[in-house]
Design a protein around this ligand. Structure first.
Ligand SMILES: *[C@@H]1O[C@H](CO)[C@@H](O)[C@H](O)[C@H]1NC(C)=O
Ligand SMILES: *[C@@H]1O[C@H](CO)[C@@H](O)[C@H](O)[C@H]1NC(C)=O
Ligand SMILES: *[C@@H]1O[C@H](CO)[C@@H](O)[C@H](O)[C@H]1NC(C)=O
Ligand SMILES: *[C@@H]1O[C@H](CO)[C@@H](O)[C@H](O)[C@H]1NC(C)=O
Ligand SMILES: *[C@@H]1O[C@H](CO)[C@@H](O)[C@H](O)[C@H]1NC(C)=O
Ligand SMILES: *[C@@H]1O[C@H](CO)[C@@H](O)[C@H](O)[C@H]1NC(C)=O
Ligand SMILES: *[C@@H]1O[C@H](CO)[C@@H](O)[C@H](O)[C@H]1NC(C)=O
Length: 418
C-alpha cells in the first residue's frame, strides 16, 4: 500500500468547493471523525477523553487515525487500561502541525520529528512525545515511529481521510502509535510464560523465607497469572531482611489477609527492567496491594539514593541489592529490607520498638478508613477527570499509568505481530 495511492483522493478533495466548516477554532474533531464510519472505534476512544476540548482551540493539526480494521485490540485497550493512560496514547496520534499529503511527500527519507499533543502534557520524557516520520524514497511509503532508538513499533500511513487546509488533516495509519517504548520493547525475546517464581526464588538461595511465605499465602498463583498480562516486577526481601525484623514485630503477628496485602505490596503490576526503574521520573508506584486496597494507597517510592536504586515506604528505606530474574515478563529484585507499608505500620512505634524494645504489636493498626479507595493521591485507576488535569498535578500517577499502558500495548501488539 503505497502513499501515492492517496494522491488522487487528495486531488479530488482539493478540487471540491471548500467544506463549509466555520472558523478554524471551531473544529469539532469528534464530529469530523464521526463522519467516517471506518474510524468508529478510534473516534470512540478519542471522544472518551478530554482531547476534543484540548483541540477545540488549536488550528494547525494532523491526526493519525487507526481504522477499525487495524484496531482489533480496542476492546482490550479500554477494558484493561485506565482512561488517563489511554488518553495519553491517543494524544500521541495528534500532531501539532498541519501536514498536507504533499507535505508528507516532502519529508526527507532520514525523517523529521513532529511534536504531538502528548508532549504538551509534560509526561513525556525527553523528546519521546514526538514522532519521527520517515519516507521511503523508492515507494513513498511514509512511516511513523517513536524517536526512541530501536523502537520496533511503527505505523504506516495508509491514506488521507480528510483535509481542511491549512488547519486539520486526518490520515489513516496501520497501527496504534506507542509513545517512547524503547526501554520496554528493547527485548526481542518472546515473553517466557510459565516461569516458576517459587523455584526461581529457591534457586536464588538467599530468598527462602519469602519463597515459603509466597507459596503458603497462595498469592504466588495470582502473581503467576499476571505473567500472562503486562508482566510483574517483584521486590523480594533477603532472608537476612526477615531475620532483622524485630522479633516482637507486628509483621509476623499480622493476620493472614493483611500479610498477603504486605506481600502484594512487594509487587508491581508490570514488568520493569532495572534500567527502567532507575530512569523513572516519577517515583510513586502503585503495587498489587494498591489494586486490592484502593487508589493512592500502598504505593512504593522508587528512586535513586547514593547512586543505587532505593525503595522508600515511608517506614523503611530498602535498597535493591541484586537482580534475581530479569526475563520479560518477570523481573525479580532482591531488596535489603521487608517493605512495610505505612498503612499497616506506624513509623513512630517502629522506631520506638527498635530503640526501646517495647512490643510493636501494641501499636494500633490504622482503621480501614485510612485505606479506603479514592482518599489521598490521584491517579491509579483514577477518574476520567484526571485526564484533563494540568501537568504536575497527577503527573506521577499518570506517568506510571502511561508506562503500564505502553507495556500493555506492547503485549497486545506483540500478540498480533507474532
Ligand atoms: C483555516 O485557517 C485559516 C488561518 O490559518 C483560516 O483563515 C481559515 O478560515 C481556516 N479554514 C477553515 C476551513 O477553518
Ligand atoms: C462535537 O460533535 C459531537 C458529535 O457530532 C457532539 O456530540 C458534540 O456535542 C460536539 N461538541 C461541540 C463542542 O460542539
Ligand atoms: C528517524 O528515523 C530514521 C530512520 O529510522 C533515523 O535514521 C533518524 O535518525 C530518526 N530521526 C530522529 C530525529 O530520531
Ligand atoms: C516497520 O515495522 C515493520 C514490521 O514491524 C518493519 O518491517 C519495517 O521495516 C518498519 N519500518 C520502519 C521504517 O522502521
Ligand atoms: C514450582 O517450584 C516449586 C519448587 O520447586 C514446586 O514445589 C512447585 O510445585 C512448582 N510449581 C509449579 C506450578 O510447577
Ligand atoms: C521518595 O524517596 C526519596 C528518597 O528517600 C525522597 O527524597 C523523596 O522525597 C520521596 N518522594 C516522595 C514523593 O515520597
Ligand atoms: C547515602 O550516603 C550517605 C553518606 O555516605 C549516608 O549517610 C546514607 O546513609 C546513605 N543512604 C543510604 C540509603 O544508603
Amino acid at each position: 500500500m503505497t502513499f501515492s495511492r492517496i494522491l488522487p483522493c487528495f486531488l479530488l478533495l482539493a478540487l471540491q468547493p471548500a467544506t463549509p466548516i466555520a472558523a478554524a477554532s471551531l473544529f469539532n474533531v469528534t464530529a469530523v471523525l464521526s463522519a467516517h464510519t471506518g474510524l468508529s472505534a478510534f473516534t470512540a476512544l478519542l471522544s472518551g477523553t478530554a482531547i476534543p476540548s484540548d483541540l477545540a482551540s488549536r488550528t494547525s493539526l494532523t491526526i493519525f487515525a487507526v481504522p477499525d480494521s487495524f484496531l482489533p485490540a480496542s476492546a482490550d485497550l479500554t477494558s484493561h487500561l485506565p482512561p488517563s493512560s489511554l488518553a495519553d496514547v491517543i494524544r500521541y496520534h495528534v500532531i501539532l502541525e498541519y501536514l498536507s499529503p504533499a507535505d508528507l511527500l516532502k519529508i526527507p527519507p532520514s525523517g523529521s520529528l513532529f511534536t504531538t499533543l502528548f508532549q504538551t502534557t509534560g509526561r513525556a520524557t525527553s523528546d519521546f512525545g514526538s514522532v519521527n516520520i520517515t519516507r521511503n524514497p523508492s515507494d513513498n511509503l511514509v512511516s511513523i515511529h517513536s524517536p526512541a532508538p530501536f523502537s520496533p513499533y511503527n505505523a504506516t500511513v495508509l491514506g488521507l481521510v480528510e483535509t481542511f487546509p491549512y488547519n486539520l488533516s486526518i490520515f489513516s495509519v496501520s497501527s496504534i502509535l506507542v509513545p517512547y517504548g524503547s526501554d520496554l520493547t528493547a527485548s526481542e525475546t518472546a515473553p517466557s510464560s510459565g516461569l516458576n517464581i517459587t523455584k526461581a526464588l529457591i534457586d536464588g538461595h538467599n530468598f527462602n523465607v519469602v519463597a515459603s511465605m509466597l507459596a503458603a499465602s497462595g498469592v504466588v498463583e495470582e502473581f503467576q497469572a499476571d505473567e500472562g498480562g503486562a508482566g510483574i516486577t517483584l521486590f523480594v526481601p533477603t532472608d537476612t531482611a526477615f531475620s532483622e525484623l524485630p522479633s516482637s514485630g507486628s509483621f509476623q503477628s499480622l493476620p493472614a489477609d493483611k500479610k498477603s496485602v504486605v506481600l502484594k505490596y512487594h509487587v508491581l503490576h508490570s514488568y520493569y527492567p532495572l534500567g527502567f526503574l532507575e530512569s523513572m521520573v516519577n517515583p510513586l508506584q502503585p503495587t498489587l496491594a494498591t489494586e486490592a486496597m484502593g487508589a493512592g494507597s500502598f504505593t512504593l517510592n522508587i528512586s535513586r539514593v547514593n547512586g543505587s536504586l532505593a525503595i522508600d515506604t515511608g517506614i523503611v528505606l530498602a535498597s535493591v541489592t541484586q537482580t534475581v530474574i530479569d526475563e520479560n515478563p518477570v523481573a525479580i529484585f532482591g531488596v535489603s529490607k521487608v517493605l512495610l507499608p505505612r498503612e499497616f505500620f506506624n513509623k513512630h512505634s517502629t522506631v520506638s520498638t527498635m530503640s526501646s524494645g517495647s512490643a510493636m504489636s501494641s501499636s494500633p493498626l490504622p482503621d480501614t478508613a485510612a485505606m479506603s479507595p479514592g482518599s489521598s493521591s490521584p491517579g491509579y485507576g483514577g477518574e476520567p477527570s484526571h485526564v484533563s488535569s494540568p501537568p504536575g498535578e497527577s503527573t506521577g500517577a499518570a506517568d506510571i499509568i502511561v508506562r503500564k499502558l505502553i507495556l500493555g500495548l506492547c503485549c497486545i501488539l506483540m500478540h498480533f505481530v507474532v
